[in-house]
Design a protein around this ligand. Structure first.
Ligand code: FAD
Length: 240
């Protein structure tokens, strides 16, 4: 990007983004970090669990990366994010370098997946990037079943336990062949079902989201409603 374009991006960002401050950083494991962000504007923000925040991880560009708050404190004007530092992307590096006192630029909160109307019988399928959404679903629905796929199941398990959201959760090792995850989803969707409707909430890798969509087409007997959003895709950056 030319110096002029970078300068214009910074000027536009001053108008578009909210300036926030990192107030606390907790390294949960080597890959997972919890970051608390605070600002006066958050005391007036209209936040619903499941909404996203978009972080501008580097100056000179308007590129944003989406994260899902695990909570919101309107009195203090603060929120916590749990980020999975998976590689060398700008957001992963930003979370690597985050320390209390550092400033950041945020867009949102804005709508993502609406979980407020999920039915009692809901099956959640996510991955390392879906912890915020799992927290949101738990706020709306105390009966949901939680399935995850992860590169390192033990590491994700520790983070879920530390966050107090490990109940009714089962973590599978990530596999390019999604059949084990699909089997678990369909089994959980069918358990105890006596004609009641089922919701499937799925987020994480685009390939998984697509596999679940395809798999559900082959199971019309479940009559499941799907709420899905790809959070990342191999070789692509900055999905929102
Ligand atoms: C609505 C929404 C909410 C989200 N909430 C969260 C959240 O709460 N916590 C969280 O950690 N993430 C969350 N994500 C996912 C996060 O935005 C992406 O992982 C994002 O790509 C990270 O940006 P980056 O700059 O580190 O990597 P990018 O520059 O976007 O990507 C660099 C490379 O890394 C790969 N990549 C990206 N994510 C992953 C991954 N998880 N595993 C393996 N490879 C990956 C990409 O395919 C690409 O090749 C959310 C995404 C969306 C759309």
């Amino acid at each position: 990007m030319s110096p002029l374009a970078a300068r214009l991006s910074d000027l536009a960002a001053d108008v578009l983004f909210t300036a926030v401050r990192v107030t606390e950083v907790t390294n949960l494991t080597t890959k997972f970090v919890k970051v608390t962000l605070g600002c006066d504007a958050f005391t007036r923000a209209n936040w619903t669990p499941g909404d996203k925040l978009q972080l501008r991880p580097r100056r000179g560009s308007l590129a944003m990366r989406a994260y899902t708050p695990i909570n919101w404190n309107p009195d203090e004007g603060s929120t916590d994010l749990i980020a999975y530092r998976h590689g060398e992307g700008p957001a992963a590096r930003w979370f690597d370098n985050a320390v209390a006192g550092v400033d950041a630029e945020i867009f949102g909160p804005s709508k993502s997946l609406d979980l407020s109307d999920t039915v009692t019988h809901t099956v959640f399928a996510g991955d390392e990037t879906s912890i915020g959404l799992a927290c949101a679903l738990r706020q709306f629905n105390s009966n949901a079943t939680f399935l995850y796929e992860a590169h390192e199941p033990a590491e994700l398990s520790n983070v879920l336990a530390a966050s107090g959201i490990d109940a009714d959760s089962h973590i599978l090792r990530r596999s390019a062949d999604h059949s084990e995850l699909l089997d678990h989803i369909f089994e959980a969707a069918a358990i105890g079902r006596t004609g009641a409707s089922v919701d499937i909430v799925v987020t994480g890798e685009a390939a998984t989201v697509n596999a679940v969509r395809r798999g559900l087409k082959a199971r019309p007997d479940l009559a499941a409603r799907i709420k899905a959003r790809a959070y990342w895709a191999s070789g692509r950056t900055g999905l929102s």
